[in-house]
Design a protein around this ligand. Structure first.
Ligand SMILES: Nc1ncnc2c1ncn2[C@@H]1O[C@H](COP(=O)(O)OP(=O)(O)O)[C@@H](O)[C@H]1O
Ligand SMILES: [Mg+2]
Length: 287
């Protein structure tokens, strides 16, 4: 089991005039070895709080309860050192906004090498080789090694973030709305890239999104969250065809209405014409 979350709670303590609030309320989920699992829910349902609890990066004013096991290690109450040792080595995260996740004064090469340097005692030549390999794997040209984030497109920045997340060959990747800030064509490219890299590594993926059309391509099983709780779980395709909870029904309907390239969330052609829906998309939008 890559990740096992049981009865997770996240509480915001009471402050003056603001009562205490439970923002994650008894969430349980499992990600098996090599499995790609979705966590889907509307904005504000608590998805990011779950992700941050799993990797131990919640703000200090939030209190975590329950259990989070990564590999065999209990994260809740384990202390910063244990979490810091697992982060970037056993588990990596890819965030929604690659612009703010990347340090503006660090080059592409430095950003990708950082997790390697933090966790492994490697010769500089080795680090360099691994960085270049990681860049190739996300289809970034070598000439960008010395570039800074502001010199890159949104899609290229997310490729850098993915390379940095995968360069240490982690067992689990948590991607929190990794494509939400990108345009539709680039979204699809980044999702496909992430899925194939995760599969190549034999790693597991927890893919977080509000968008079922993305989820259908990236995951086989998913959990649906609403207001801090898991309200539905099952095979992604099954939930797409027959969503039971009202929130899953809303999200599936939204995905059907907004789906990219006229394609339904289950990959079905929804144009009715069977032609090239959404117009031909020459080339790659991010370049
Ligand atoms: N740092 C924080 N302090 C207190 N409450 C927060 C904080 N961050 C988010 N929240 C609240 O927690 C809830 C869940 O937020 P979040 O996990 O970010 O939702 P999602 O990722 O599903 O959009 C929201 O109601 C949000 O307002
Ligand atoms: Mg979020």
């Amino acid at each position: 089991m890559s990740c096992e979350v049981t009865g997770l709670t996240v509480d915001v303590a009471a402050r003056r005039h603001v009562p205490a609030r439970r923002i994650v309320d008894g969430v349980s989920l499992r990600v098996g070895d090599g499995e790609r699992v979705g966590l889907v829910g509307p904005s504000g349902s608590g998805k990011s709080m779950v992700a941050r609890s799993v990797v131990g990066i919640l703000p200090p004013h939030l209190a975590v309860g329950g259990s989070v096991k990564l590999g065999g290690t209990e994260m809740v109450g384990a202390g910063d050192e244990v979490a810091a040792d697992l982060r970037g080595r056993y588990v990596s995260m890819v965030f929604q906004n690659p612009g703010s996740a990347l340090n503006p004064v660090r080059t592409v090469g430095q950003a990708i090498s950082l997790p390697l340097v933090m966790h492994y005692d490697l010769e500089p030549g080795d680090v360099h080789d691994r960085v270049l390999r990681a860049m190739r794997s996300v289809e970034l040209p070598e000439r960008l090694t010395g570039a800074y984030p502001h010199q890159l497109s949104g899609g290229q920045r997310q490729r850098v973030a993915i390379a940095a997340a995968l360069v240490t060959s982690p067992r689990l990747i948590i991607a929190d709305e990794p494509t939400t800030a990108l345009d539709a064509i680039v979204q699809r490219e980044i999702v496909d890239l992430l899925v194939s890299l995760v599969d190549d590594l034999g790693a597991s993926l927890l893919f977080i999104t509000h968008d079922f059309s993305v989820l259908a391509h990236a995951t086989t099983r998913c959990y649906v969250m609403d207001a801090g709780r898991v309200v539905e779980e099952g095979a992604t395709q099954g939930i797409l065809r027959r969503p039971r909870s009202s929130v899953a029904r809303l999200l599936v309907r939204a995905a059907n209405e907004l789906s990219l390239h006229g394609e339904g969330p289950d990959g079905a052609d929804m144009t009715g014409a069977g032609g090239t829906a959404g117009g031909a998309t020459g080339g790659r939008g991010e370049r």
